[in-house]
Design a protein around this ligand. Structure first.
Ligand code: PLP
Length: 384
């Protein structure tokens, strides 16, 4: 019989996509749905970025680009990484990818062998676990909240095995909105150095920190050579559909990564890269303004959830909140189904992100303020 490769047997297919489909189904049946299940910026791609792409096409910048990315974009990124991330990188250390997802996929493929273990703070962005599995490695889940309470080093020691090869380090974190502090980054870094581990840093939400600071772990002493840092234009610039991201790494990893990008995609859409170059010229005040708009949304939603008895820590970054829904149902899948069917509020169950213990669901608050207000009203009606 015909058979797909065995390494795909254990790889799941995103639950989030199934929920998105269900919401579309309900909406096309005329149902009003308060949509908090998404993870896209609420604002549109700024006009100058769109025109940069049009200009690129008109100027016939439509042929193959170098598979590592167009030179002006990589040059601009070297400067961005130096000034904003405090990373001292050479041009050859930067590789353009088809979004952050592609950067992460090639990173796992480049470092993991069958039988390797990978430390993963949970809850985690769902595809990460599947990408680790697709690389035939085993995810070792480190519960973030208790690890932060009791000390990251202790937790990492506890869950590590003799086969541990790498750590996935995502801050600000999807789905919890947690932001690791500089001290916590230093703890993870010192653990990685002590045990000679590779770190895969996911900095997709680097610009969305409301309290504290974003620390690129590769900027800490002795970390640049053992870290693959991944970034994306998706969240900061409202560019989810453009599919441009990048990664930074040194040898021996960067050559392997370059091969994987070459063979998996032969580079990224040329006009999209010219648009990304324009995005880097976006003023800091644009990013700062968007951040304040997100903060307003966060405060409105999270305060209301707590008032409604859905206990929720104030997330410090990204655009997600992860309240407890135990009072609706202990099983987060059931709670999310009840919320959708009875309150018409769409969320993602915590189990999808590997959240252990008490039931919680993820609210994405990157939606208009009025949509948050309407969602809160629907929740409050339902809970009464
Ligand atoms: N990393 C995290 C934690 C994310 O939540 C996402 C998107 O939701 C990504 C990476 C990748 O985003 P993209 O592939 O659009 O760049």
């Amino acid at each position: 019989t015909l058979r797909v490769a065995k390494r795909l047997d254990e790889v799941g297919f995103s639950d989030i996509v199934q929920i998105r489909n269900k919401v579309m189904e309900l909406r096309s049946a005329g149902q009003l749905v308060h949509a908090f299940h998404g993870g896209e910026p609420f604002f549109e791609t700024p006009e100058p970025i769109k025109y940069a792409m049009i200009r690129a096409m008109v100027e016939n910048k439509t042929k193959y680009a170098p598979s590592s990315g167009i030179m002006p974009l990589r040059e601009a990124l070297v400067e961005k990484l130096r000034t904003r991330n405090h990373l001292d990188v050479a041009l050859d250390d930067v590789l353009i990818t088809s979004g952050g997802a592609h950067a992460l996929y090639v990173a796992f493929q480049a470092v993991l062998d069958p039988g390797d273990d990978m430390l993963l703070f949970s809850p985690y962005w769902t595809p990460i676990r599947d990408m680790v599995t697709a690389a035939q490695a085993r995810p070792l889940l480190v519960p973030t909240a208790s690890a932060r309470r009791n000390g990251l080093t202790k937790a990492l020691e506890q869950f590590s095995t003799p086969h541990t090869k790498a750590i996935y380090y995502n801050t600000p974190q999807n789905p919890s909105g947690a932001v690791f502090s500089r001290e916590e980054a230093e703890e993870v870094a010192s653990f990685a150095r002590k045990h000679n581990l590779i770190v895969i840093a996911d900095e997709a939400y680097e610009d969305l920190v409301y309290e504290g600071e974003h620390v690129s772990i590769a900027s800490l002493p002795g970390m640049a050579e053992r870290t693959i840092s991944t970034f994306t234009f998706s969240k900061s610039y409202g560019m989810t559909g453009w599919r441009v991201g990048y990664l930074v790494a040194k040898e021996p990893f960067i050559t392997g990564l370059r091969k994987l990008v070459l063979y998996s995609a032969n580079g990224v859409s040329t006009p999209s890269q010219w648009a990304a170059l324009e995005a880097l010229a976006t003023t800091q005040s644009f990013i700062d303004r968007r951040r304040e708009e997100y903060r307003e949304r966060r405060d409105l939603l999270v305060n209301a959830l707590n008032e409604l008895g859905l206990e929720c820590e104030m997330p410090q970054g990204a655009f997600y909140a992860l309240p407890s829904v135990c009072k609706i149902h202990k099983d987060s899948r059931k709670a999310a189904t009840i919320l959708l069917e009875k309150a018409h509020v769409a969320t993602i169950p915590g189990v999808v992100f590997g959240a252990q213990g008490e039931g919680c669901v993820r609210f994405g608050y990157s939606v208009p303020m009025a949509a948050i207000e309407a969602g809160i009203e629907a929740l409050s009606k339902f809970l009464k």
